[in-house]
Design a protein around this ligand. Structure first.
Ligand code: NIG
Ligand code: FE
Length: 409
């Protein structure tokens, strides 16, 4: 058996441990290990501590030259990186003042991507996912949630979910699949009322049999599915043992109430949430997920992240990387900018893309550097962690370690 590997020393190591899942976080609460090291064996963390104290004849050493800050690999808890084509037209439409609905009528919007994704083969979708995950990985994102939702028929949703599963085998990142068959009502479905029934009766069982996803999502919105329409879909998903997550309160409220009623793991977007929804989420087990990339992409308000944290809520921050509303896909840039607009502490921003994001995916083995966790960690070339958010994503990791292996040399 190989000896455990000690990696370090790091000027600062941020384990992101000892912090609560919910509520405000001050930078004084952030634990910083100076001259830190990580001891790794078989893809897992054996120990985190002071480098010199972890040294012994029983370990191999990977020496890090110069000053660096080490923290858990970032977790992006909400993306749509499985898609075909582009939506470059939408940018010009939006800036010319067209609304979401007008863009959809002009041939843009989600349906445009559905059309282009249906034309793509499973292999082409796999290649798209792989190139986007590679970029995420280089930026320090080691776990990426990926939704379907541009297929909108049993066969096309299956093509997407199988592409995500296939891509997961070929990327160093961990891809966490989610079925978003309720992204919008398919325009070519002539029996409107039967669409969700077909998804429930035909798609959900295959997802279980082929082990394609553990999570079910829906876009609860006037332009997609109403709070009433979506209930049987979530009801069935829950009965079948899926985790629930909801695209909620993006333009109008209602989705977060559905999320809390179904004890969803997360309610995402929340740009339109009012005091009522903020209180509701804060008192629940549902994690609020801000998607600043969609606010930047659409020119809309940010999720009220400050108010959510002050009310005692748990806040994850995700990229929503998709071809329409959030084509940038740079999690650290977006989280740093959200921090500026919403007056978040560094610790709140970093928690939102590490352990709180992992909790939004119900993953307990990452987002923190502690004994037993997956050895996913990233290293920035600086001696001060504050430089990371300060540079708004322009300071890039010099190394990304996934399951104890340096994957971005
Ligand atoms: O999360 N809001 C709904 N769905 C996506 C947008 C997808 C798209 O525009 O293609 C979102 O922003
Ligand atoms: Fe989304």
């Amino acid at each position: 058996m190989n000896k455990p590997l000690l990696i370090g020393p790091f000027a600062q190591l941020l384990p992101m441990t000892g912090l609560p899942l919910k509520g405000t976080l001050k930078d004084e609460q952030l634990r910083i290990v100076e001259n830190g090291g990580i001891l790794v064996s078989e893809g897992k963390i054996l120990k985190v501590g002071v480098f010199n104290e972890l040294k012994s004849d029983d370990v191999d050493i990977h020496h890090i030259e110069g000053n660096h800050v080490c923290l858990p690999g970032f977790v992006d808890s909400h993306t749509h990186i499985c898609f075909g084509g582009t939506r470059a037209r939408d940018y010009a439409y939006r800036n010319a003042g067209k609304t979401y609905l007008e863009i959809a009528k002009a041939g843009g919007g989600i349906w445009d991507t559905v059309t282009q994704t249906r034309k793509a083969s499973q292999q082409e979708l796999v290649e798209g996912i792989l190139s986007r995950s590679k970029k995420h990985l280089k930026n320090g994102v080691t776990t990426i949630e990926v939704k379907s939702g541009y297929g909108l028929s049993v066969d096309e949703e299956l093509k997407m979910l199988r592409a995500i599963k296939q891509a997961n085998e070929d990327t160093n990142a961990s891809l966490i699949p989610t079925c978003l068959a309720a992204h919008m009502k398919p325009k070519d479905w002539n029996k409107d009322e039967g669409y969700l029934d077909t998804i429930i009766n035909e798609l959900f069982p295959i997802i279980k049999t082929e082990n394609l996803a553990n999570r079910i999502d829906a876009f609860v919105e006037e332009s997609a599915f109403s709070t009433e329409e979506i209930k049987p879909y979530f009801q069935k998903a829950k009965e079948m043992g899926f985790d629930i997550t909801v695209h909620a309160d993006q333009f109008t409220t209602g989705g977060s109430q559905v999320a809390v009623d179904f004890d969803a793991v997360s309610a995402d977007h929340l740009e339109a949430s009012t005091e009522k929804e903020i209180q509701l989420l804060a008192k629940s087990n549902t994690i609020a997920t801000a998607l600043p990339g969609a606010s930047i992409g659409l020119g809309c308000a940010y999720t009220p992240a400050r108010k959510i944290l002050d009310a005692g809520g748990a806040l994850s921050i995700a990229s929503d990387h998709n071809p329409g509303s959030a084509p940038m896909g740079d999690l650290l840039t977006q989280a740093s900018i959200l921090g500026t607009f919403e007056k978040l502490s560094n610790t709140e921003v970093l928690a939102g893309i590490t352990f709180r994001a992992a909790a939004a995916l119900r993953l307990e083995d990452r987002g923190k550097l502690e004994t037993g966790a997956v050895a996913d960690f990233i290293i920035f070339p600086t001696d001060n962690y504050q430089e990371i958010t300060y540079h708004q994503g322009q300071l890039k990791p010099s190394d990304v370690w996934k399951k104890g292996i340096n994957v971005c040399k």
